[in-house]
Design a protein around this ligand. Structure first.
Ligand code: SAM
Length: 425
């Protein structure tokens, strides 16, 4: 409950779930259970709260937030896990006493006993879609506006545990060989030629060759921007928002002889890039700086290719970072869109004629994605949208929008932009 109390404090903004979990490095099954409950409660927070509130004769006081979180954890376990119901119902009254709230033991027993006789769908039959789909009102409304036919499917996909996806280091092995070495449960992804899905997830240190950099953990959609970026083999490439360096490493695997520059605003996050590159036995020139203000860090030598993996709402990866649903506000979106536009405008002059800039976000909001790129194409007549996208892709004004898919890629957006009028793709 100490994790959830910091992430969902009941008195407003909380901390990032992933950051808080770093402070609780519990290993083994205890660690697994704590992570599962923390992620599960964040994913299903709204329907769990809705049903719990209906059971209470009077609202719980703000000071009873740990008790509320314990009850939500019990409901999550009952409705969304395979653990035996009797064990769950019996465990929580004791937890209430441990939380120094013996008064809540009876309440916990009554609420969880009742819940154990229902399935989630029955309990939530009267709830509106935004509650059932566990979304803040503003986000559900935005998705309904942006994607009238897909909003519920996108939201549903975000309620599932994300798949465990790897990227094969092409400098060390072929994908088929890596799949054979991983054995049962490994299958190739369909979009990225170096992706492998592994079910169930495994600790990284159990993956063959992980410590030597033969494999990296990376979502399949997140592999596409670097995969589609075109550059001469010994060209100069800028990775403009680089930390923690997942795509920097991938660019190095794809372009081993290129001059690779990795830029990051936050000094302390540069270290994460260094660590990730060290595992891959790879290098890049690391720079601290603001991508929207090249004057402060650019040496004046143009780039053959630029990857702009922009800071964004993260609305495409809510299944991986479910706490973002409760921390992100609708007023954040225009601020992010403004920053993304300034970065695009500032980096474009650094690209050589004929060069390619790939813009990417892990967002499923059009303001950050195709609307952003359409407006950029209007401002920059020299820029052409050359994004290769499958025929069945959702049609958008520019670029390629992917939606999160159960057992498939995250929600993601990318646009490949070529500078100048060359006849190519
Ligand atoms: C989406 S993440 C990048 C993920 C990274 N490309 C990867 O694959 O591992 C965005 C990064 O941009 C950084 N950032 C935010 N504002 C920035 C700015 N003005 N200039 C450069 N980097 C920035 C953030 O600190 C964050 O590390």
């Amino acid at each position: 409950m100490r994790v959830l109390d910091r992430v969902i404090p009941g008195k407003g903004d909380g901390e990032s779930l992933r950051e808080v979990l770093r402070d609780f490095p519990l290993a083994g099954s205890d660690g697994g259970l704590m992570r599962d409950i923390s992620f599960g409660v964040c994913r299903h927070l709204r329907p769990l709260n809705h049903w719990l509130n209906q059971q209470l004769s009077k609202p719980l006081k703000a000071s009873a937030q740990p008790v509320r979180l314990a009850l939500l954890a019990g409901l999550y376990e009952l409705w969304f896990t395979e653990r035996p119901a009797h064990a769950i119902v019996n465990a929580y009254p004791a937890l209430c006493r441990k939380l120094k709230a013996p008064w809540a033991a009876g309440l916990s027993n009554a609420v969880l006993r009742k819940a154990s006789q229902l399935r989630a769908e029955q309990a939530l039959a009267d709830a509106t879609p935004n509650i059932r789909l566990s979304l803040p009102d503003w986000l559900y409304k935005r998705w309904c506006q942006d994607w009238p036919d897909q909003a519920d499917t996108i939201a549903q996909a975000n309620l599932h545990t994300p798949p465990f996806t790897l990227r094969v280091n092409r400098q060390q092995q072929q994908r088929a060989g890596a799949i054979a070495a991983l054995g049962e449960g490994a299958r190739p992804g369909e979009l990225s030629p170096w992706s492998i899905y592994v079910t169930p997830a495994r600790p990284v240190f159990d993956l063959p060759g992980f410590e030597q950099g033969a494999l990296s953990v990376q979502d399949e959609a997140a592999q596409l921007p670097a995969e589609l970026l075109q550059a001469p083999p010994t060209g100069r490439i800028l990775d403009a928002c680089a930390a923690p360096g997942g795509k920097t490493g991938q660019l190095r695997e794809k372009f081993p002889n290129a001059e690779l520059v990795a830029l990051e605003l936050e000094d302390k996050r540069l270290r994460r890039i260094e660590e990730n590159l060290a595992r891959l036995n790879a290098t890049a020139t690391l720079l601290q700086g603001d991508a929207s203000q090249p004057d402060s860090w650019w040496d004046g030598k143009p780039f053959d290719a630029i990857l702009l993996d922009a800071p964004c709402s993260a609305t495409g990866i809510l299944r991986r970072q479910p706490d973002v649903k409760w921390h992100r506000k609708s007023s954040d979106i225009p601020v992010l869109a403004d920053l993304q536009a300034r970065m695009l405008d500032a980096l474009w002059p650094l690209l050589k004629p004929g060069g390619m800039l790939v813009y990417a976000t892990c967002s499923v909001l059009r303001e950050e994605n195709d609307h952003q790129i359409s407006a950029f194409l209007q401002r920059q007549p020299q820029a052409r949208d050359v994004t290769p996208r499958p025929e069945q892709a959702t049609m958008v004004d520019a670029g390629w929008q992917l939606f999160p898919q159960q057992d498939g890629p995250d929600g993601f957006y990318l646009a490949c932009l070529r500078k100048g009028a060359q006849q190519d793709t």
